[in-house]
Design a protein around this ligand. Sequence first.
Ligand code: BEZ
Length: 223
Amino acid sequence: MSLKLGDKVPDFVADSSEGPIKFYEYIDNSWAILFSHPNDFTPVCTTELGAVGKLMPEFEKRGIKVLALSCDEAERHKAWIEDIESFSEGKGKVTYPILADPEREVAVKYGMLDPDEKDKAGMSVTARAVFVIGPDKRLKLSILYPATTGRNFSEILRVIDSLQLTANYSVATPVDWKHGEDCMIVPSIPNHTANELFPKGFRTVPLPSGKEYVRLTPQPNLP
Ligand code: BEZ
C-alpha cells in the first residue's frame, strides 16, 4: 500500500523496545512522527537514532510523539540501544520506542519496504521512510530515503514547524524558511481577506508580470 497525503494512516499493534504499542492509543490526539530503519546494528541507523535522541527536547517542544521502526525483534533493539547511546557518547539517549516488525506487517501497511535491500535471510527490509501524522491521524508529510543515505532530522524539525504553522494559518513557507521568518499568504486568499486575517500586515513584492502573488507577512503565530 502506498499512503497519500491526507490519507488516514493505518492503526497497528506491535512490540517495541518499550513493550507492546497500540499505535492510535500511543499517539492519542498528538502530532506524531514514525520513521523506519533497515536493520539493527547497522552504521547509518546508529547515527540517526542517536541524533533523534539528542533532538528529543525539540520534538517534545512541538508536541510530537516519536516512534522509530526497525525490522528486527524488540530484544535485539534493546541490545542495539546500548550501542547507539555509546556511539553518541551518552548525548543521544533513546527515550522513544523502536518498533519491532520482523514479519514486516507495519512495513507493508505503510509501504516502507525497499525491494532492493535485503537482510541476511533474503527478506526485504524497510527503507528510511518518514511519516509525519497530524492529530487527526492523517498523513501530513512523507519522505522516502534509500538505506544508503542518512536523513537530516534538523530538516525534519524545520518541516514540522511549517506543517504545524500552515495547519492553522492561511500561509505557506518559502524556500529554506525557518521558524521566525516571514511567511507567504496563500494565493487563494484575496487582499481584502488578507487584511483581516493578518493584523500585522503584509507587503506585496512587485514583479515584472504585474501580478500580485508574492505577499509576505510576519509569522502569524508569534507575538
Ligand atoms: C546502515 O544503516 O548503515 C545501512 C543499512 C542497510 C544498508 C546500507 C546501510
